[in-house]
Ligand binder design. Structure first.
Ligand code: SAM
Length: 233
């Protein structure tokens, strides 16, 4: 954006400024980089990302990158959120499990793409913040659970789709067990920090189809069937 148009955007009411920035994000960062599913582009164009970042970072909410949300965690880059949502191949009828609620942003995007969303977050403060934010904004088909997402959520299984928004060491078997036949798991797997390959697993009769979708950078998936941190054994 030119300096003049940035100034023009800044001088308007905050809400319309964010609406403009959001549609520019959809065009330049998403459609311009290969995201093609119209439902995903529409959902990304409707969720107010500025409401999911710390107040002092609102001006950076639509930049092309992740942002810190406290507790050493991040809200993922818009492209990454859109890419994972597209990879799940949702049509609006699905029950989705998300691991890593973080700010609640990707759960809000998923809430427009699926029937219901269960999202698990291991950091209690982030879970509480995401829960009250999502309730306040009216995303009432999203349920936030505090706990270790590597265990999945057996009480609500089976799921049509499972998405993991933190980097795993391997695919936890719990996810395969909690996935409906024909269902998809989208999960980054690789090194402890910031160097993973995105995988899509599809549960078919007698086989688990595996596809690799490219390189990404995530904070670690920590838990019983994830990475272990020393203080947690
Ligand atoms: N989806 C989030 C958003 O839209 O803001 C961003 C997720 S952030 C990249 C990854 C999140 O996964 C962090 O909030 C982290 O605390 C969480 N996490 C890591 N291991 C987890 C586990 N075993 N269960 C649940 N959440 C976990």
């Amino acid at each position: 954006m030119s300096h003049a148009s940035l100034k023009a955007v800044r001088s308007r009411a905050p809400e319309s400024r964010f609406i403009d920035l959001r549609s520019q994000m959809v065009e330049a960062q998403l459609a311009g980089h290969g995201i093609a599913d119209p439902r995903v582009l529409d959902a990304m164009g409707r969720i107010p990302r500025e409401q999911f970042v710390p107040t002092e970072m609102r001006d950076a909410a639509y930049e092309d990158g992740p942002l810190p949300i406290g507790f050493g965690q991040t809200i993922s880059q818009p492209f990454t959120v859109a890419f994972m949502c597209e990879a799940l191949r949702l049509n609006g009828t699905e029950k989705v499990l998300e691991i890593g609620a973080g700010s609640g942003y990707s759960a809000a995007v998923l809430s427009l793409l699926a029937r219901s969303v269960f999202t698990i977050e291991r950091v209690p403060e982030l879970a509480e913040q995401a829960r009250s934010r999502l309730t306040e904004l009216g995303y009432d088909n999203v349920h936030v659970i505090t706990g270790d997402g590597t265990l999945g959520l057996s009480s609500e299984a089976p799921f049509d789709a499972i998405v993991v928004t933190a980097g795993a060491e391997t695919l936890p078997d719990t996810y395969v067990q909690q996935l409906r036949m024909g269902g998809r798991i989208v999960i980054p797997i690789g090194e402890y920090r910031y160097n993973q390959e995105m995988y899509r697993f599809t549960r078919l009769e007698g086989e688990l189809r595996v596809e690799t979708l490219g390189g990404f950078a995530f904070v670690p998936l920590i838990g019983k069937y994830g990475w272990h941190v020393p203080e947690e054994g």
